[in-house]
Design a protein around this ligand. Structure first.
Ligand SMILES: [Zn+2]
Ligand SMILES: [Zn+2]
Length: 191
């Protein structure tokens, strides 16, 4: 029985972390306090790492600390820490891997929920700067049509079209989103 409860705690932590990460992303990382680190993720950066990776370091240290206290006997910190770790792994696979292709191979979901997840995060990067962005979750993605409407409603994309840089790529093509971030949005969004 205790295994069932412990497994449930891990699962609930993973789900809760998505809610927590969404709130942190929206209000802290895109707020004046957290933008200093997160900004690097919305701009062109050189090299393998960006300042925004410090958030991952913080959560990794927190997860490690919880697991350590859990092993020392404080129930249920081990399970909560493992939940945090599982969420971190899923975040890495979806966000750093599938969306931003920060791994040495290319995997691009062509259909289903994973495709929607990738599209939704590309739409998060469709707006330059920290204001007017949509889709702050990492494992939950609202329907793309809803995001499209919301983006059009914010007007944050105004003036982003038809620059000398040529046609922009569409976030709907399932292709790669480079580290150039915002410049990936195609005209389809404003149709
Ligand atoms: Zn962001
Ligand atoms: Zn991103």
């Amino acid at each position: 029985m205790v295994y069932v409860v412990n497994t449930l705690i891990v699962l609930v932590t993973v789900v809760a972390m998505e809610g927590f990460a969404t709130v942190v992303h929206r209000y802290l990382m895109h707020g004046s306090l957290g933008w200093g680190w997160h900004r690097s993720h919305h701009e062109e950066t050189e090299g393998l790492f960006e300042r925004n990776d410090l958030y991952a370091v913080v959560f990794t240290v927190l997860s490690g600390a919880l697991i350590t206290f859990g092993i020392a006997g404080v129930w249920p910190l081990r399970q909560v820490g493992i939940g945090l770790m599982v969420y971190g792994i899923l975040y890495f696979i979806v966000h750093d891997g599938l969306v931003h292709q920060r791994w040495p191979f290319r995997v691009t979901p062509k259909r289903g929920y994973l495709k929607r997840l990738v599209q939704a995060h590309k739409m998060h990067h469709a707006v330059d700067g920290r204001d007017g962005c949509v889709s702050f979750g990492f494992l939950y993605a609202p329907p793309v049509t809803a995001l499209k409407r919301r983006l059009a409603g914010t007007g944050a994309l105004a003036g982003r079209r038809g620059t000398a840089a040529g046609p922009r790529r569409s976030p709907f093509d399932g292709g790669e989103l480079s580290r150039g971030r915002g410049a990936e949005l195609g005209g389809k969004l404003q149709d």
